[in-house]
Design a binder for this molecule. Structure first.
Ligand code: 5GP
Ligand code: ZN
Length: 111
């Protein structure tokens, strides 16, 4: 755990946050500043700075994040309308929280 990392604090329960799903590898909660009707973050418990810092041993957590994302999309009823699974990588890629996370974004109104 990184002492001044917001997501480590959420994962460890130091910042009270409604948890939508959790297991021994990751936690899932709503984005505090949603960009769409459904905007959820899928966050590994282990502090990894960004996609750039992934190692061979992280293959399992990345695939698990995607599989959980798929299930959360179904729970949130955006699976058939469609959604984005997104990683922002480092500052130029829009990352502002340097604890790896995947955005699940969807639920836009049909035109
Ligand atoms: P990034 O731009 O790093 O990929 O995304 C970080 C996301 O975390 C942003 O969409 C931001 O709104 C969200 N966020 C930042 N601080 C908090 C927080 O304390 N609680 C929650 N639930 N989301 C946060
Ligand atoms: Zn962290």
């Amino acid at each position: 755990m990184e002492t001044d990392c917001i997501f480590c604090k959420i994962v460890n329960g130091e910042i009270p946050t409604e948890i939508l799903y959790q297991d021994d590898k990751l936690v899932v909660f709503r984005d505090i500043n949603p960009h769409a009707p459904v905007h959820i973050l899928i966050v590994p418990r282990r502090h990894i700075r960004s996609i750039n810092d992934l190692t061979e041993e992280d293959r399992e957590i990345i695939s698990h994040m995607i599989m959980v994302g798929k299930e959360i999309a179904k729970d949130q009823s955006v699976n058939s309308s469609g959604y984005k699974l997104l990683f922002n990588v480092e500052r130029g890629g829009g990352q502002v929280i340097f604890h790896l996370h995947m955005h699940l974004i969807g639920g836009w109104k049909k035109k």
